[in-house]
Design a protein around this ligand. Sequence first.
Ligand SMILES: Cc1ncc(C[n+]2csc(CCOP(=O)(O)OP(=O)(O)O)c2C)c(N)n1
Ligand SMILES: [Mg+2]
Length: 577
Amino acid sequence: MGTAFSIDRAKDLDIKERELKGNSIVLCSFGDASANHATALSAFNTASWVTSQGGHVPIIFICEDNGTGISVPTDDKWIEQNFNNRWGLDYIQTDGLHLIDLMIKSRRAEHDCRINRSPIFLHMKTVRLMGHAGSDVEVGYKSLSEIEATEFNDPLLHSARILMENGCLSADDILELYESSRAQVNHVFDAATLRPKLETAEDVMASITENRIERIAPKYPTKKDRAALFGKEFKRMGQPQHMAKLINYALSDILLRYENTLVFGEDVAQKGGVYHVTADLYKQYGIRRVFNSPLDETSIIGFGIGFGHNGFIPIPEIQFLAYLHNAEDQLRGEAATLPFFSEGRFTNPMVLRVPGLAYQKGFGGHYHNDNSLAIFRDIPGVILAVPSNGADAVKMLRTAVREAHENGRVVVFVEPIALYMTKDLHEPKDGKWNFEYPDVKEEIPVGEFATYGKGKALTIITYGNGLFLSLQAQKELEKKLKKKIKVIDLRWLSDIDMPKLLKAIGTCENVLIVDECRRTGCHGEGLLARLVSESKKPLKLKLHAAEDSFISLGVAATATLPSKESIIEHALELVNG
Ligand SMILES: Cc1ncc(C[n+]2csc(CCOP(=O)(O)OP(=O)(O)O)c2C)c(N)n1
Ligand SMILES: [Mg+2]
């Protein structure tokens, strides 16, 4: 669906990296049982939704209805009743056992789809022969008479009969066609079995991040272009600003530099996002590059996947971290696995922005303040960025887009909501969490962490809100300990450079990991294990993570989370204990 949506958009915007011709259409095939799947329903719904908004989604959904999903029957009328009358989705039914009907209806579907650039549901009735797969024994759930009745309706025999009855082919022609097809299949089979096999772990893993994209990032925009884009704001860009504003500037600049980038998600266009992070982008770039999605996270990432296939670098937004779970299969089962499945022939470059994590004041609860990134810990190949301040966020976002553009990578960019508008670090009006907008050429490479202080009494390793709180704690701890400590901001939670991290810990014995996420499955848990197994010298280690709880409302909103005070307490226990 996303790919279909990308076709006319790529043509309109004249995206030079586009893969599909402007008049292409997409054919999406699936079975009657699969038509019930949430992901499939999301695709049908979103294709109709985009059509209802005047958008173009040239796709033919072909449902091969054999009346069964492995052993579970589908009612004869189920598919027709469900899809026959949906707004924005044209329904065409065809008899898969009747070759001529099939050809006429398929051509009509293709013609209508190509001309109208709108979705079609082609319902093809057929049969299933010989069980679902090798290990499936039909007699376990079907009677012999049912199996015989189906065998009698072998589509191949029906097709041969129809071709002979209509004088298209003779019996000999059909047999010849049959044998030459057999030879062709055997040939392809032999070629496939002779191909080199994957043998080592390195062989297998290369394809997780492999890509055959040969792209380099476009030139930086000129000062003149940027001045024209930002208008009055251009002069103000030198002043220190909070993270939300800085990310907003960065997105504007990215859209200017990379003509193949798109920003979309719930409320990102006219409203400018719930936290105004995408404010004005719609005005600057228009509806073709900055647009609202339907309320469906599956489709948001689905759009991203499809646009990524067709030369775009999508920058979708999931409105809040907890809602990522509604779409996690798009990330794990589709986007992240595609290069692996295809030996890098296909990738889904994308930068998925996810405002999230806890500590919001006066708003939140268990959805809007969710504090778990565990879902991203076990997806191979996904880059995970969690900036802690505006300047880092800008530089990391640029890296994320370049990684997607040049290397086809999927980058998840988690923005700590509580720090969006934060300006002060130690005391009101100190302005220490406001930062200047970094020069357009500045980036922070994946895996590069930041170190605050050089002290050896203690190393705190953290990220996101944890960094903010640990820097507050650092000030007091150094007074209490009468010694200096250092705080490390990981910035990237994937691709942690362990040798460099161990070097940064250096001769320091005490290491406190501060993780704002729920203890079970948090990245700090993994880091703890790695430090134990990879450090050559014994370390005194402690993990201070959030409780295994959801976030409550009201005064207890931060009760389960690390705080400045609790960090100090754990640090003193570690150093003095
Ligand atoms: C998300 C998901 N759930 C379950 C399965 C296991 N599975 C594979 S095929 C199948 C039945 C599919 O039936 P249908 O969509 O009617 O296609 P058919 O095999 O009949 O062509 C199931 C349950 C799967 N592949 N993916
Ligand atoms: Mg089926």
